[in-house]
Write a protein that binds this ligand. Structure first.
Ligand SMILES: [Zn+2]
Length: 438
């Protein structure tokens, strides 16, 4: 009898879920939109094409070509004055964490966990998510520091249409050596770090951590090859176990790694990409190229760096020479990776509060790449097709038949004038227009 009541209750709940889940973010009639692009970026070939028409049906691109016939009843969006490209992808975000630059990593992190809490972080993350969309970033890969699966909640709300935001790949808590990234935290309070990171203790526990994260909604695994600025490393056995379990569950693995040792160990263990990779030596870059491991270089550009200095060190401003020296070192590191043939995937890691909308600040990572001497086409590929390939999603990062209708338009020619990337005039995600002629 008890079972019958339970079963009845379950049926009622499921009926309600079915009723309400169908009502968000869905259009009853499949709409057809024709976007007339003045110029089009072909991300696969890395070239700009002359005028093209893009036929969009529902959330997918149905056709791309020159002077296509307009289907009857289709809405025409005239972007002939603009350059159209796939929606940008930021492969390294932290939507649920924003740090006061004067506060310091541990103090700010502990505050987020103990005083802000996951629900409020998710709400704030939702507001930040919208700024990415408005900046032309239609997909993000959110890599931890999101409490206990707050990132999964934001993704669900976006996908069902309750919130406006980019597509999200989310990692849940990053798999870390002892202590996470909170140097100075007292031993008695190690549990605080374990609210934010999934501390791994041995290869079997590492497998379990992957299963946990994927079960509770992660669709990418983030690991800390080393927990810099803390001293610990994951063992090779732990990382190999993580990679094997992730392969089994069909998700990719990306590794936070800043020192050459942390990078080379993660590559050795078989990860798909390296985050930051600041101090990779040439031999390690060579290994990355050989194994097809992508690099996500997360550098602030000159504009963001100046903003940071102005906020964090108002009384001790850096001279132009100091700024130039810092930037030169970053450019040199990036150039070595590009020359070494390593696949570059754009990622901002923009978790610092610079008093500008998060998405706006995040997009400036592309300007770092530009200032470092990367070709415009290479930069745009890093933020479209390269990211899509890393994520293993052929419908992303490309404008062709069958791809997701994620498009942006910028005012100007980014080859001649890269500042065109600041002038976003149109944003469509999944066939829905968020910027320009909604
Ligand atoms: Zn990060």
């Amino acid at each position: 009898m008890k079972h019958v009541k339970l079963a009845l209750a379950l049926i009622v709940i499921l009926a309600f879920l079915a009723l309400f889940s169908g009502t968000y973010g869905q259009t009853t009639v499949t709409s057809v939109i024709v976007v007339r692009a003045g110029r089009l970026f072909d991300s696969e070939k890395g070239i700009f094409l002359s005028a093209r028409d893009i036929v969009i049906k529902g959330n997918l691109i149905e056709a791309v070509g020159e002077n296509l016939p307009i289907p009857s009843g289709a809405r025409v969006v005239d972007l002939t004055r603009y350059t159209v490209m796939p929606g940008l992808i930021d492969a390294h975000t932290h939507l649920l964490y924003l740090e006061n630059p004067s506060g310091g990593l541990t103090a700010e992190g502990v505050k987020a966990i103990t005083m802000e809490g996951t629900p409020l972080r998710a709400l704030r993350g939702a507001a930040r998510a919208r700024t990415f969309l408005l900046a032309g970033i239609t997909t993000v890969r959110d890599l931890g520091n999101s409490g206990r699966f707050g990132d999964v909640a934001v993704r669900l709300a976006i996908n069902e249409g309750s919130l406006d935001g980019p597509r999200m790949y989310v990692s849940g808590p990053g798999l870390s050596p002892e202590g996470g990234q909170f140097p100075g935290l007292q031993f008695s309070y190690r549990g605080i770090a374990e609210e934010e990171y999934r501390v791994v203790r041995g290869a079997e526990d590492a497998r379990l951590a992957v299963r946990e994260n994927v079960t509770y909604g992660a669709n990418v695994i983030k690991i800390y090859s080393s927990a810099s600025p803390n001293p610990g490393y994951l063992s090779l056995e732990e990382m190999r176990a993580i990679v094997a379990e992730a392969r089994l569950l069909g998700v990719k693995v990306t590794a936070h790694a800043t020192s050459d040792l942390a990078i080379s160990r993660a590559v050795e263990a078989g990860v798909d990409s390296i985050e930051h990779g600041y101090r990779a030596e040439d031999a390690t870059l060579k290994l990355m190229k050989e194994r097809g491991v992508a690099l996500v270089p997360t550098y602030l550009d000159s504009v963001n760096l100046k903003r940071l200095y102005a906020i964090a060190r108002p009384n001790r401003p850096r001279t132009e020479q100091e700024l130039a020296a810092t930037l030169k070192q970053r450019y040199e590191r990036l150039q070595r990776a590009v020359k070494g043939g390593v696949t570059i995937v754009a990622g901002s890691d923009n978790y610092i509060d610079l008093n500008v909308p998060q998405g706006e600040a995040a997009k400036r990572v592309l300007f770092t790449y530009h200032d470092a001497g990367m070709e415009t086409a290479q930069i745009l590929q890093s933020a479209t097709i390269n990211a899509a390939r890393l994520f293993g999603e052929p419908r992303l990062g490309v404008i062709k038949t069958g791809a997701f209708a994620d498009l942006i338009a910028v005012d100007g020619d980014p080859i001649g004038d890269f500042s065109a990337m600041e002038r976003i005039r149109f944003v469509m995600k999944n066939g829905i227009i968020y910027v320009g002629q909604p």
